[in-house]
Design a protein around this ligand. Structure first.
Ligand SMILES: [Zn+2]
Length: 293
């Protein structure tokens, strides 16, 4: 089996906040990268243990989250993608069979999540064909479109719930649990960045032990049963994004569409909607509720 690993920084045990750990000028940025690379290496060991032949690690954190010097010798690293063509982040169905996520965070507005956001802290809600999506769901839909199975997701406990809801049967490992109980919908991006920092973390060593076991289990299970096929929405595809208000401007709604491909949809530029008189979040959530009925 050939394994793809998408990585992010905010869902790693010991990465305590966004401000001090996740930005290029953050004082603990190098330490955060070390912690992520440690979790990735644990997953690589678990996958190799259960017979993986090839492993491609994609560095999905905006500023880079992997320390290449520390990466497991059996893994290859994909980093940086052409502008406007980033998706599906080197996930190639001719070369890869299953996909895993290490260090992923929950989508914006998740109660009980740690360092939740979708793309940036400015985003309050993102949807594809009326279904609320985070960074995990966006990439899982790419995997679904390519026919690659989605088998493992690790991050905070709320993120593992999000992954299991989107892909029933997926193997998950929680390495920390957020303790914030307010979704923070009303906050601007700057305030939201500091909103979801409360959490209880496993030690890096214990997180890695659990990830190693989870990766091993995921591949064993993938051989025996057919879990991990992502259920695709029916085309045409449309995406909607609600941006938080800032001091300079009110909340905004952006949209884009594609006839046949979620990957092309995700790479397409956003178009701003006419200014709205109603609260844009209420509008978008209302539409989703109508579809659900
Ligand atoms: Zn992210």
């Amino acid at each position: 089996m050939r394994v793809y690993i998408m990585t992010d920084l905010e869902g790693v045990a010991g990465v305590l906040d966004s401000e001090n750990w996740c930005g290029k000028d953050s004082r603990y940025f190098d330490q955060a990268k070390e912690l992520l690379t440690g979790e990735v290496n644990a997953a690589v060991e678990g996958f190799l243990d259960s017979g993986a032949t090839d492993i491609l690690v994609a560095d999905g954190h905006g500023w880079g989250g992997i320390n290449p010097s520390l990466l497991h010798p059996r893994a290859e690293l994909a980093a940086h993608w052409p502008a406007g063509k980033a998706y599906p982040f080197s996930l190639d169905s001719r070369k890869l069979d299953v996909a895993a996520w290490i260090g992923q965070h929950p989508k914006a507005g998740t109660v009980g999540g740690h360092l939740c956001h979708t793309g940036s802290m400015e985003v309050r809600e993102a949807q594809i064909n009326g279904v609320s999506v985070g960074e995990f769901a966006e990439m899982a839909l790419c995997a679904g479109e390519l026919g690659v199975r989605v088998v493992l997701a690790t991050g905070c406990e709320a993120f593992t719930r999000e992954a299991a809801e989107f892909v029933p049967g997926i193997e998950t490992v929680a390495v920390k649990r957020g303790t914030q109980t307010d979704p923070g919908h009303h906050l601007c991006g700057v305030a939201y960045r500091k909103h979801n920092v409360a959490a209880i973390h496993l030690s890096p060593e214990e997180a890695r032990r659990r990830i190693r076991e989870g990766a091993h289990r995921a591949l064993e299970r993938a051989r025996e049963d057919e879990f991990g096929h992502v259920k695709m929405p029916v085309p045409p595809f449309g995406a909607t994004m609600v941006l938080r208000p800032s001091e300079q401007r009110p909340a905004r709604v952006l949209q884009k569409a594609h006839d046949s491909s979620v990957i092309h949809l995700l790479n397409a530029p956003w178009e701003e909607q006419e200014s709205l008189e109603v609260d844009p979040l209420a509008l978008v959530l209302g539409r989703a509720a109508e579809k659900g009925r």
